[in-house]
Design a binder for this molecule. Structure first.
Ligand code: GDP
Ligand code: MN
Length: 380
């Protein structure tokens, strides 16, 4: 579960990580009132579950309450990569001398939490990692040993922070962020930028926070943060329908029976030069109900140009899945071409059923790669 910036900052504050004072606002009037309460210049920040808000015009400085109201008006309703801004975080503006970066995440390969720190903050960390990798200090924490003070020192010295005041504050923040990460059962805690003010004060200016869904039962307070409406609307609709669905940003809709197969399908579409529109797992079955529900979810995405339906029958009989598909196509109208790859138990029978149905927008391909190429071609 991804948290909004203001929610992540609330948790940061609880763990003693310095953040600026702020207020939530859902209208321009509220933004004005918030700025009045806070006093002085403020920053008006779109609260959406996606990064890069600054570049998209979702973060603006305001000199006074009237200005905050005007900036709020600009930002509310803004579409930031499919996320429409409904909430704003109004925060006391900070003066920035330096922008650093600090995060804790999981390194699944190493099976350990990974701390990353660089003085090249403010920009996307992937950019630093590719253009200036030696500036990024990475350090694993052994979960059995837990956090040790030398870890923070190595990060800070390794990145070349030479001001003693900064060193001390950052080391303290590293330790607190690690505790926050562990105690909240987080998957990611990222501060970008971690700023130094002209007075030498270090604080978190942004937060990106992901909590492990499976642990939410232990954190009823964090679970309450969930805002089903604001999560991706398509994903919310999928959840309602009981369909396992993750929205991506391409044009080839993907449906597979089984999570592993659906993931491979996403990969093979990329190999074929296409962009997957989603991940969707039909699960083990393949009855008409399941197919209808999944197709309904996939078709809601306006970017869809074709659908690649990848079926492998192990225990599931593919002829039954083929009947499910044909039954589903009778019940809902699909306006884009569907490419089916069907293999495994009773595949010949399954393919025959589909071919005999001879629907003009239904293509049957013999292999996964052929099907991917066809779906990509049809989406072009
Ligand atoms: P993001 O673009 O979604 O990562 O949003 P951020 O919260 O990181 O804000 C983007 C940028 O806006 C930051 O990197 C800062 O340069 C700038 N910014 C945010 N808050 C303030 C502030 O209080 N004062 C100043 N001067 N700039 C800010
Ligand atoms: Mn940021």
């Amino acid at each position: 579960m991804d948290l909004y910036e203001y929610q992540g900052k609330e948790l940061f504050r609880r763990f003693g990580i310095p953040v600026s004072d702020g207020r939530l606002a859902v209208s321009a009037d509220e933004a004005r009132a918030a700025a009045e309460e806070l006093g002085g210049p403020v920053v008006v920040k779109a609260q959406v579950l996606t990064g890069g808000r600054g570049k998209a015009g979702g973060v603006k400085l305001a000199d006074d309450p009237a200005d905050a109201e005007a900036k709020a008006r600009d930002i509310i309703g803004l579409d930031i990569r499919g996320h429409v801004v409904e909430k704003l975080w109004i925060e006391r503006a900070s003066d920035i001398a330096k922008e650093y970066y600090l995060s804790v995440t999981f390194d699944r390969g190493a099976k350990k939490p990974l701390l990353m720190f660089t003085t090249q903050g403010g920009v996307e960390i992937e950019e630093v990692a590719s253009t200036n990798p030696e500036a990024l200090v990475r350090l694993h924490v052994d979960p059995l040993e837990g956090f040790q003070p030398w870890i923070a020192r190595r990060l800070v010295y390794g990145a070349g922070v030479d001001d003693p005041g900064e060193q001390k504050q950052i080391a303290a923040i590293v330790e607190k962020l690690y505790r926050c990460f562990i105690e909240c059962d987080a998957m990611l805690c990222e501060i970008n930028p971690l700023i130094v003010t002209p007075d030498g004060e270090v604080k978190a200016l942004d937060s990106k926070f992901t909590v492990d869904d499976s642990s939410l039962y232990r954190h009823p307070d964090i679970a309450e943060y969930r805002d089903t409406k604001a999560a991706d609307p398509l994903e919310a609709f999928a959840r309602e329908k009981g369909v396992t669905y993750v929205k991506l940003d391409g044009s080839v809709g993907i449906l597979g029976n089984g999570a592993g197969l659906a993931m491979s399908t996403v990969d093979v579409v990329v190999v074929a030069g296409g962009r997957p529109a989603n991940f969707c797992d039909l699960g083990g079955g393949g009855n008409a109900e399941g197919v209808v529900d999944a197709l309904e979810v996939i078709m809601r995405d306006a970017q869809i140009r074709s659908i690649f339906f990848n079926i492998f029958g192990g225990i599931t009989r593919t002829d039954e899945v083929a009947r499910g598909i044909l039954e589903a196509l009778k019940r809902i109208e699909i306006t884009v071409p569907i490419v089916v790859r069907l293999d495994g138990t009773n595949a010949e029978e399954g393919r025959r059923l589909l071919v005999e149905a001879a629907q003009s927008n239904l293509y049957v391909e013999p292999t996964m790669l052929d099907a991917a190429r066809k779906a990509v071609e049809l989406a072009a």
